[in-house]
Design a protein around this ligand. Structure first.
Ligand code: F6P
Length: 323
């Protein structure tokens, strides 16, 4: 393998830059030429591809997002778009592609590998809903940012006898909300896997108030049907008295754009280096992930179109500990 391309696709994640750096520099070390594709799959279709050297990826390990840019591409989902992408790769004599991204992106990787292009995926999404990895790049930082927000809200909540609803990202997966809620000692955690209705939230807040708490935190995952706005509307309409005054904060993209913490930089570095090793070893159609404390490779065919379930036992633990 002489020439490889690297791209980031889907929602950006803290640590993507560290992964691009690891891919680029380890490939250069193996004597390969490296190309960076701008704007994910869309850039591959449009031919936005340029050579990367060691200096191009300098000074980025600590920066969130992706300096290559990312996009969700409707064109690549069509056969015509994929054929264009394959032609663009052939024109530059690129014989391997590394794709850094989550579920949708790795479905793209699988499709490209089915067209005969050697492809290796790197697990990266703050949602941590990708099979083939225990943890994906970006997720730990997103948990920490959510946790920091929870800690701040708890402090001001205590000063004013308030309860806070904190809504965090995660698409249809409750992992981020569950982990940040558990680490932040939340009174209630509501996720798509275990949704807590507004009426039950009101009951639990009231009980917490009666037990003498001076604050309460309710963590809501983005994917629940009764999101923070609806819960607030319920409390307004029912003139619910939970004891606390209730306020809501939606974190949204704040949790995605943060600088990567050490864990994500190290994970991205390990996975990036291994992705290049996989391509050199002639492995294709695999996802490089992190399972049971080591780097693993899982066939993309086994993971695409499915999502990793969250551990609902941890949710039960959070409920027990919210005494
Ligand atoms: O998949 C990552 C993620 O941040 C999800 O948590 C969220 O639902 C989605 O992307 C938001 O996507 P966009 O930035 O395109 O609105």
């Amino acid at each position: 393998m002489k020439n490889i391309a690297v791209l980031t696709s889907g929602g950006d994640a803290p640590g993507m830059n560290a992964a691009i750096r690891a891919v680029t520099r380890s490939a250069l070390d193996e004597g390969m030429t490296v190309f960076g594709v701008r704007q994910g799959w869309q850039g591959l279709v449009d031919g936005q591809i340029r050579q990367l050297n060691a200096r191009d990826v300098g000074g980025i390990i600590q920066i969130g997002g992706t300096f290559l840019g990312s996009a969700r591409s409707a064109e690549f989902r069509e056969e015509k778009g994929r054929s264009k992408a394959v032609r663009n790769l052939a024109q530059l004599d690129i014989d391997g592609v590394v794709v850094i991204g989550g579920n949708g992106s790795q479905t793209g990787s699988y499709m490209l590998s089915q067209l005969g292009v050697p492809v290796v995926g790197i697990a990266s999404t703050i949602d941590n809903d990708l099979l083939g990895t225990d943890i994906s790049i970006g997720s730990d930082t997103a948990i920490n940012v959510t946790l920091e927000a929870i800690d701040h809200l708890r402090t001001t909540g205590s000063s004013h006898n308030r309860a806070f609803l904190v809504e965090t990202m995660g698409r249809d997966c409750g992992y981020l909300a569950m982990m940040a809620g558990l680490a932040g000692g939340a009174e209630v955690i509501s996720t798509p896997e275990f949704e807590v209705p507004a009426s039950e939230i009101a009951k639990r807040l009231h009980a917490a108030y009666e037990r003498g708490k001076t604050h309460a935190i309710v963590v809501i995952a983005e994917g629940v049907k009764e999101n923070a706005a609806r819960i607030m509307a319920y409390f307004d309409a029912e003139k619910q008295k939970s004891g606390f005054e209730l306020r809501a904060t939606t974190l949204g993209h704040v949790v995605r754009g943060a600088p990567p913490r050490a864990f994500d930089r190290l994970l991205a570095t390990r996975l990036g280096v291994n992705a290049v090793k996989s391509l050199s070893a002639g492995l294709t159609g695999v996802l490089v992930g992190w399972q049971k404390n080591e780097v693993t490779r899982t066939p993309l065919a086994d993971i695409v179109g499915r999502t990793k379930p969250v551990d609902t036992e941890l949710l039960e633990l959070a409920r027990i500990l919210a005494k």
